[in-house]
Design a protein around this ligand. Structure first.
Ligand code: SAM
Length: 279
């Protein structure tokens, strides 16, 4: 079951709610889009799902039909009221948490219930990048994400070195996961219709890292270089590396942050660790 445009408008009207731009409230009101998200998420009846921002429940209703359990986190008390009235709060398959997801300790919330979770969500656009990066870095219980994001964000996260869109978020996401854009979603399926187009991303956590580097250190180095992305590495990282440090790990010191592959960032991080141990 999904909500049509008319049902969604009736619900908002009945509760006197106007969608809040500051919370990224663009509700999906096209049942075919919800069906597509559900199909592409390949959810099994035993799956535990976490949804961030259930809104008026368009996706949540369909998730509850196919999953073993759904935990949904919603910040807006007016929407929590709608959800509590329209979904069954006493349903053992469903848990609604009224909170700002950025303030929650998701590990605490998830680990007690099950070992692995899938995130399926139409994410609030203003927090989608930090949220995806944070979950990959800090919430290992989430092993797969099928998320709707702004198309420009999707393009940034799948970008490869050498491409203009490649940046620190691309590097972070690709360190932890395999990321693919699996569908484009037109702005016409949302209420209200946003100014930008959207895409559906699939992010699968890599099971094992073939690499044994320190991700915090790697991201610190990359952050310093990306903060001055127009500068060559020999300039942006000059207080950390000498010219021959780059050469010793096979990196051209005249390259810029966006040209460096994940493997090269790993070599640079390891070089930094060796230098630090020596000094
Ligand atoms: N899932 C619904 C849908 O597809 O129609 C709504 C998606 S809407 C793009 C984003 C939702 O995230 C809104 O319901 C909004 O209130 C909620 N939200 C925004 N910021 C949040 C936060 N920090 N924590 C939890 N929920 C948040």
């Amino acid at each position: 079951m999904t909500l049509t445009r008319t049902q969604a408008m009736d619900l908002l009207h009945k509760y006197g709610i106007s969608p809040r731009k500051s919370l990224g409230q663009n509700f999906v009101i096209e049942p075919n889009t919800i069906r597509q998200v559900i199909e592409l998420s390949s959810i099994k009846p035993s799956d535990f799902i976490i949804e961030i921002g259930p809104g008026i429940g368009s996706l949540t209703l369909s998730l509850l039909e196919v999953a073993g359990h759904v935990t949904a986190v919603e910040i807006d008390s007016a929407l929590v009221e709608i959800l509590e009235d329209s979904l069954e709060p006493e349903d053992k398959k469903f848990r609604l948490i009224h909170a700002d997801v950025m303030d929650l300790d998701l590990n605490e919330l998830l680990i007690a219930r099950n070992e692995t979770w899938k995130l399926v969500a139409n994410l609030p656009y203003n927090i989608s990048v930090p949220l995806i990066c944070d979950f990959l870095e800090r919430v290992p219980a989430i092993t797969k994400m099928t998320v709707m994001v702004q198309r420009e964000v999707a393009e940034r996260l799948v970008a490869k070195p050498g491409e203009k869109a490649f940046g620190l978020p691309s590097l972070k996401v690709q360190y932890f996961a395999e990321v693919k854009k699996i569908a484009d979603v037109p702005s016409s399926v949302f209420l209200p219709k946003p100014k930008v187009e959207s895409s559906l991303l699939q992010i699968k956590r890599l099971e094992k890292h073939s690499i044994s580097t320190n991700p915090e250190l790697l991201f610190e180095l990359a952050k310093q270089a990306f903060n001055q992305r127009r500068k060559m590495l020999r300039r942006s990282l000059k207080d950390i590396f000498e010219l021959n440090d780059f050469e010793s790990v096979g990196i051209d010191p005249t390259s810029r942050a966006e040209d460096i592959t994940l493997e090269e960032w790993i070599s640079l991080t390891e070089k930094f660790v060796r230098k630090r141990e020596k000094s």
